[in-house]
Design a protein around this ligand. Structure first.
Ligand SMILES: [Mn+2]
Length: 348
């Protein structure tokens, strides 16, 4: 458990002052929008409406993911590239670790976030570089929505059921249902307060963690059938044909590698996606002394210690060499009897 944090009420008040001067505040999500990003700005839109401030939520790349369609207020979001941008005089970037995270909204015109239009920056990434005109950044908060719950209290927002539901969904999303190391007693108390105000974990847990498309099950059937071991590495392989036959997206297979990594007796897991020149590999580890970022780097890839990726160029020989080399690299220290497991991690 990380140490608790305290909101700077002056920063929260400065943000509110700036918001009250705005005729329209645009609130773009970060790219590859997730529950915390979208719930933050949906909650803010509802909170701002209580005091007559117009806020607009903008999905910055692609569409609303199916799994987030349950969020209150989702019917009012704008989609970048489809809906017309409103004339805005203030940006609020929630859950953006830096000013470049806004997907196509940023890429199409990087000057949009250069500060000419003032920016309110509310975020929980430790790497946040305080790019805003006003910055509310708490690196040890579990989610941006956890911070926002305190911000809205400073603003005197009435915590309606819809706002509570958005905030709770963001916390659940980034903590995988209060399971990560970032989840503190404070996070749990905030969650309990949100439930007291009408937040309901059931639809959140179902949408974020339980429901899946049929295509995912089709994919998993094939992936599980192909599970193999090379030393303590558990791995499976998926071809493009399987994705096509199942009608599945690449992202639907990532849950599979997270599932495999929890297999007792394994020290790392990998999915090998066949590509025209070889394989793209996604790796995971939940054993404390196995750092898959370092392993991937040996093969020209990279990522996080618990989740990383790389590319294998070549044919079956290259694949076999890769598997054997990884098995060698993850071998357990014979002096250590039991593996030490780390908590779940969220990568964004
Ligand atoms: Mn977040």
């Amino acid at each position: 458990m990380t140490s608790p944090w305290k909101l700077d009420p002056e920063a929260a008040s400065s943000a509110f002052d700036l918001l009250k001067q705005s005729s329209c505040v645009l609130m773009p999500t970060h790219q590859n929008v997730d529950a915390d990003s979208l719930s933050s700005v949906l909650a803010l839109k509802l909170a701002l409406a209580q005091v007559g401030i117009r806020g607009e939520v903008l999905i910055t790349d692609g569409e609303v993911p199916h799994s987030l369609e349950f969020l209150p207020g989702i019917e009012d979001v704008l989609i970048y590239g489809i809906d017309e941008l409103p004339a805005y005089d203030l940006l609020l970037l929630a859950d953006h670790s830096d000013r470049t995270r806004g997907g196509d909204f940023y890429r199409d015109d990087p000057t949009r976030t250069n500060g000419d239009i003032p920016i309110i920056n509310i975020d929980h990434h430790v790497t946040n570089d305080h790019f805003g005109t006003v910055n509310i950044v708490q690196g040890s908060a579990a989610s941006t929505t956890e911070i926002l719950t305190d911000v809205l209290a400073v603003w005197g927002t009435v915590l309606t059921r819809d706002i509570a539901q958005c905030l709770l969904a963001g916390i659940y999303g980034d903590t995988l249902g209060l399971r990560t190391e970032s989840t503190t007693a404070r996070t749990m108390r905030t969650s309990a307060d949100l439930v007291d105000n009408g937040g309901n974990p059931v639809p959140i847990v179902n949408a974020l963690f339980r429901l899946k498309p049929k295509s995912s099950v089709c994919l998993w059937r094939s992936a599980l059938r192909g599970v193999s071991w090379t030393g303590d590495l558990i791995w499976t392989e998926l071809t493009q044909k399987v994705f096509d036959d199942c009608g599945a997206q690449r992202s639907e297979a990532e849950g599979m590698v997270n599932f495999l990594v929890g297999t007792e007796g394994s020290r790392a897991a990998a999915i090998l996606y066949a590509s025209p020149n070889g394989w793209r590999v996604s790796m995971r580890s939940m054993t404390e002394d196995v750092d898959v970022a370092k392993i991937s780097a040996q093969f020209g890839g990279g990522g996080h210690p618990r989740a990383a990726g790389l590319q294998i160029e070549g044919g079956e020989d290259a694949k076999q060499q890769f598997l054997e080399k990884v098995a060698e690299m993850i071998k357990a220290d014979p002096e250590v009897a039991e593996p030490t497991y780390v908590s779940d991690v969220v990568l964004d």
